[in-house]
Design a protein around this ligand. Sequence first.
Ligand code: ADP
Length: 244
Amino acid sequence: AAFKHDYLEIRDLKVVFDGFVAVDGVDLTVTSGDLRFLIGPNGAGKTTLVDAVTGLAPAAGSVRFGGVELLGRSSHRIARSGVGRTFQTASVFEELTVLQNLDIAAGAGRKLRTLLRRRTSVPTEVEAALETIGLGKVAHLPAGVLAHGQKQWLEIGMLLVQNAHVLLLDEPVAGMSQAEREQTGLLLQRIGQQRTVVVVEHDMEFMRTYASSVTVMHQGKVLAEGSVSEVTEDERVIEVYLGS
Ligand code: ADP
């Protein structure tokens, strides 16, 4: 489904915990076709920003997708509005197969029993996601036996079949091997061509290789924004990273 205004627009976002300002007036616009990396030292407010956008942290300001205001909606409704996220630890159903995990994600709202009944045909959206995330060969294995990288890809696949048009990924390559990192980078580039992808990342090498643009946060604010070379040559960014 194509949205009329296929971009995520964050305006003056603010999150305060007991008087501590974790996100301090952030403006951020991300369009589809842009693989945006969100970086910054520990405690910069990156995860809190993702939490706020997905309804998991109380926030003020505005978060719009497709022109629709998301702030104030429940996390469940935000997910149904096309904005999905992953967590640092993949949350998949370990006892269910890869296919069943995708089925459940695709049919969020449908009856579980119906979904788990043995099927003869695989819905095309699930088939397409399996192909995209490269897990076709392990489709019938329980998710619990997957390698760390494969679980992350399954979680991304679950967002795809949920029809997430904005994907917020929290440190997707943490703990991955070099080969898994490369596969993840290519996967994100592919997804990013048609959807809006924001990657929170600590791995600078991964960021340099795959980001099409970068936003740097520091102390709850946007410190710099631009291409990889623009932000990595920015004096303020260098200072923040050397100082941390
Ligand atoms: P990052 O993801 O950039 O490392 P976080 O968003 O996790 O940063 O944290 C930003 C700041 O907000 C940190 O100082 C952290 O301690 C604080 N913080 C995050 N969540 C909470 C919370 N639920 N209650 C109080 N403080 C929090």
